[in-house]
Structure formats: structure tokens, C-alpha cells
Design a protein around this ligand. Structure first.
Ligand SMILES: [Zn+2]
Length: 139
């Protein structure tokens, strides 16, 4: 794959430097068969440094996961070499089964069947809390 040009795929751009690998893991990109490139510490006029993820396939992306990791990231959808969609993302109000609560006494740790739900509690501070025990999530 030429990392500069993708003809059909998805480019997640303007990721805050250092967060691309976290996003890669949470989006489960490891399970894709297609080429995926993480480009770290790219010079950016606006941001100083940024990370970029390029996926060489029309893969559906979970916007909630991107919004959780970095709501300032942008998602570019490329078809036949043309940028067809440029999407900005909001922080999701609620995250279901994306991250797990780290509190060992949380009911989600004890009960296997319960969904892992986090709620956006302080938007300015980008804080998510476990629905059940209110433990703060790590981005
Ligand atoms: Zn919890």
C-alpha cells in the first residue's frame, strides 16, 4: 500500500499525537485483513503533531469509538481515489461495550453478562464514568 494515496478506503486524520494506537486497538483494526497504516507524529500546521490511520478498504468505522478517543479527529472516506465524505465527530453520550471498568468491585467485573456502559459525565473535561459504579474511564 502506498500510504500517501488510498483509492478505496478510510483515513482517520487529525488524531491527537500518541492516540492512534489506542484507537487502532479499540476499533479492533488488528482483525482486518486489508492493509492498515498507523502514521505517527506527522507535522501539522494546526496541531503541531498528529497521528493518522489509513485503512485500505471500505470498512465501517465505529464513530463512537473515534469520538471517545479523540472527538477532534476527522474521518475521510475515499472512493475511486476521490474524497467522497469528510466527517467530523462528536463525543458520544454513551459508550456500550467499548471499554471495561477497571474497578475490581464493579458489577461488570463480577457479572459476565452485563454490558459495559460508560456515560459522558463532564463534556469539557472529556470524562466518562461507569454507569454502575461511576469509576472514571481512562482514554
Ligand atoms: Zn464500574
Amino acid at each position: 500500500m502506498n500510504v500517501d494515496s488510498i483509492s478505496n478506503g478510510v483515513v482517520i486524520d487529525h488524531i491527537r499525537a500518541g492516540l492512534a494506537f489506542r484507537l487502532y486497538n479499540l476499533l479492533d483494526l488488528d482483525n482486518l485483513d486489508c492493509p492498515v497504516a498507523i502514521i505517527k507524529n506527522v507535522a501539522s500546521k494546526k496541531m503541531g503533531k498528529k497521528d493518522i490511520i489509513k485503512i485500505d478498504s471500505q470498512t465501517p468505522i465505529d464513530f463512537d469509538v473515534v469520538g471517545f478517543v479523540d472527538p477532534n479527529a476527522t474521518i475521510n472516506v475515499i472512493k475511486d481515489g476521490v474524497l467522497v465524505e469528510k466527517l467530523s465527530i462528536d463525543m458520544p453520550e454513551k459508550l456500550t461495550n467499548v471499554i471495561k471498568c477497571k474497578n475490581p468491585r464493579c458489577i461488570t467485573t463480577v457479572e459476565q453478562e452485563i454490558e459495559h456502559v460508560f456515560i459522558l459525565s463532564e463534556e469539557d473535561e472529556k470524562v466518562y464514568r461507569c454507569l454502575y459504579c461511576e469509576t472514571k474511564a481512562d482514554i
